[in-house]
Design a protein around this ligand. Structure first.
Ligand SMILES: Cc1cc2nc3c(=O)[nH]c(=O)nc-3n(C[C@H](O)[C@H](O)[C@H](O)COP(=O)(O)OP(=O)(O)OC[C@H]3O[C@@H](n4cnc5c(N)ncnc54)[C@H](O)[C@@H]3O)c2cc1C
Length: 400
């Protein structure tokens, strides 16, 4: 074993034992399965404390600079932490928009002042971030965003509304796409990008209730909200380019995330485990040839996705188009996750209709909740249809 490999193995052991010793006890209330379902103060406080603890121990922002609250080591160390967190099924670090895309963006193209101002708060969970891209009628078609930002002295005055703002009601900052020039010849050139405070007068949010009964996102309204002009990132008119870069992080095609897992890990082994004591017509459902056939397909699919994931980390295998695997991976794994969870509740038979809160629901309705929530990831960050277009046009080179 060479020195670097040994060092990494030692680090893995250290992280594993820290997680074992510090994994929080069951809080006695339902924790969100993904960062898109944080909807109560008690969940928020619990997760904020947990993320702070992980960061304080030195396990978040491994590849971010020390002077910005990170650890200044190679990104592989973050992968090790994330793998161990997944293995030990610890709670998620919920500030995902900050850790996963606002932070990496600021790290890549932000000024030193922006880095100093924002990065540490993201890691420590002191500053929660949200994303204000989608508007009513303009989700996939972001280029048509209508929210206005007008320069007035040292401020921009924001008017308009956003929708589906994950954690909008808890966020201190928003990455905001707004129109600064409605007259621009190309609509894309009229957009600008802001690192906008949510705590100024004129910003309000209204929670939206999801199918599961949870509140994970909001409508966000701007009514003559004044934000300082230095919130503008990258100059007026640069918004489209920066938003597209942000989506690359969101869709997993660019790295730099500070870690922490956006989702609770649910894999095929968990599914098989939950079906062990399910019977149909007096026989174990796992002995049913049709169920077994479908299970094998799911197992193969999960394996293929995970191998694809590993291949995407080997540049020699993707040199022709480095983003091809990560881009198709978003489409493949979100659709897979939805089908796998749907299979899980179908296989429960009539019990599949029971939900969280029903004493008779298997595993407290875990799979039913996971199924309903699995639609989120097939829509957020680009719907499957839009993602399929991207893969077709940009990766496979097919005509529009
Ligand atoms: C749980 C969740 C969290 C979210 N969080 C955020 C957030 O924090 N911030 C934020 O800004 N947004 C957020 N979103 C919004 C999300 O990004 C949009 O919902 C998504 O981009 C789709 O936009 P839309 O809802 O306007 O649907 P539309 O764009 O109106 O699409 C409707 C349907 O038409 C299809 N369609 C549209 N255009 C095309 C095309 N060119 N080719 C083929 N099919 C097409 C779509 O695939 C879809 O099936 C979130 C969404 C969800 C579900």
């Amino acid at each position: 074993m060479n020195a670097a490999v040994k060092e990494l193995e030692d680090f893995r052991r250290e992280v594993a034992s820290w997680l074992k010793a510090n994994k929080p006890a069951d809080p006695g209330f339902l924790l969100p399965q993904t960062f898109m379902e944080v909807g109560s103060e008690e969940q928020l406080e619990f997760l904020r404390e947990w993320q702070h603890k992980v960061w304080s121990a030195g396990y978040l922002g491994m590849a971010w600079a020390k002077e910005h609250g990170g650890q200044g080591v190679d990104a592989i160390y973050q992968s090790v932490v994330d793998q161990e967190m997944r293995r030990q099924a610890v709670p998620i670090c919920f500030n995902v928009i900050g850790l996963g895309w606002a932070g990496p963006l600021i790290n890549d193209i932000g000024t030193e002042e922006e880095k100093q101002r924002y990065l540490k708060g993201i890691l420590s969970a002191e500053d929660i971030w949200c994303q204000g891209f989608s508007e009513p009628d303009h989700g996939s078609d972001l280029g048509n965003a209508r929210t206005r930002a007008e320069r007035d002295g040292d401020d921009y005055v924001i008017n308009g509304s956003k929708i589906w703002t994950t954690m909008g009601n808890y966020a201190k900052y928003m990455i905001l796409l707004a129109r600064t020039n409605p007259e621009a010849e190309r609509k894309y050139d009229g957009l600008s990008f802001f690192l906008a405070p949510m705590t100024v007068d004129g910003v309000s949010t209204r929670p939206i209730r999801k199918l599961t009964g949870e509140y994970g996102f909001t409508e966000t309204f701007f009514d003559n909200a004044r934000i300082p002009a230095d919130c503008l990132m990258g100059g007026e008119g640069a918004g489209w380019k920066i938003a597209m870069k942000t989506l690359q992080y969101e869709r997993g095609a660019e790295a730099g995330a500070a870690g922490g897992l956006a989702f609770v890990r649910i894999v095929i082994d968990d599914l098989i485990q939950q079906l062990r004591d399910v019977t149909r017509d007096g026989k174990p459902v796992l002995e049913d040839p049709l169920i077994r056939d479908q299970l094998v397909s799911l197992i193969m699919e999960e394996k293929a996705i995970s191998l694809g994931d590993r291949r995407s980390g080997i540049p020699a295998l993707t040199s022709d188009y480095p983003m091809s695997l990560p881009l198709s991976n978003k489409l493949r794994w979100t659709e897979y996750a939805r089908r796998m969870r749907q299979f899980a509740i179908n296989a429960q038979g009539a019990d599949g209709a029971l939900f969280v809160g029903d004493d008779r629901a298997r595993e407290g309705g875990f799979w039913q909740r996971a199924y309903l929530n699995s639609f989120s990831a097939t829509i957020g960050g680009g719907t499957s249809q839009v993602q399929a277009n991207i893969v077709a046009e940009h990766v496979l080179g097919l005509p529009k």
